[in-house]
Design a binder for this molecule. Sequence first.
Ligand code: CTP
Ligand code: CA
Length: 223
Amino acid sequence: LRRFFQPKHFERLRVLLTAGPTVEPIDPVRVLSNRSSGKTGYALAQAAWEAGAEVTLVSGPTALPCPYGVTRINVESAQQMHDAVMQNLNGQDIFISVAAVADWRIKNVSPEKIKKDGKTTPNIEFEANPDILANVATQKNAPWCVGFAAETENLSEFAHAKRLRKGIPMLIGNLAQHVMDADHTTVSIFDDRGEHALALNSKQKVAQQLVSEIAQRYQQSRT
Ligand code: CTP
Ligand code: CA
């Protein structure tokens, strides 16, 4: 099927992605999560497969079908996503971290449903989740890493700083309020040469453009 798709930017490459939100339990019936439809990550997984890659997608809960040709691993919490990524890291050429990972999980998860007593509110305590992308980037033989950043303000400043802080060659940024759950998106690419904006387009089209932008930089890094 994919010989009909052109061009083959990712021929013979193995690409690992994360997508969607993570879901952190509070008690057996309540969760804490992030707003993420998974559309951008799934569109990238599909575009990477169409470009010739062998694609593994570690996904939090979404309403989306698994893209054709892609191997999907379903997870819920950030810790599960972290473990699934680490278990599948060996031999990957490129890691694209699109997931909206919960920065914190609940420390005092209740084994039973927390009941209302009409007077008090629950005391939820937090602890930090692992930073999956930062951990991948510092592994020995790490794949070439691409991060995402959805900001609500100061996109350029925050995205440049985030790329450097995570120690990754490429970060794709956007303003969250403009694209959340939408079928269209506009993104900027941040790398060591600066900032480069792509025009507003469908998430499918932007994903294809990003595959080409990622492939160019990945190939350059290897020469
Ligand atoms: N990320 C990750 N694991 C986390 C948090 C984030 O892998 N625990 C990844 C995201 O998938 C994304 C990148 O890191 O590719 C940036 O995520 P973002 O939430 O924008 O940045 P943070 O470093 O978490 O900073 P903040 O939320 O404070 O802006
Ligand atoms: Ca975060």
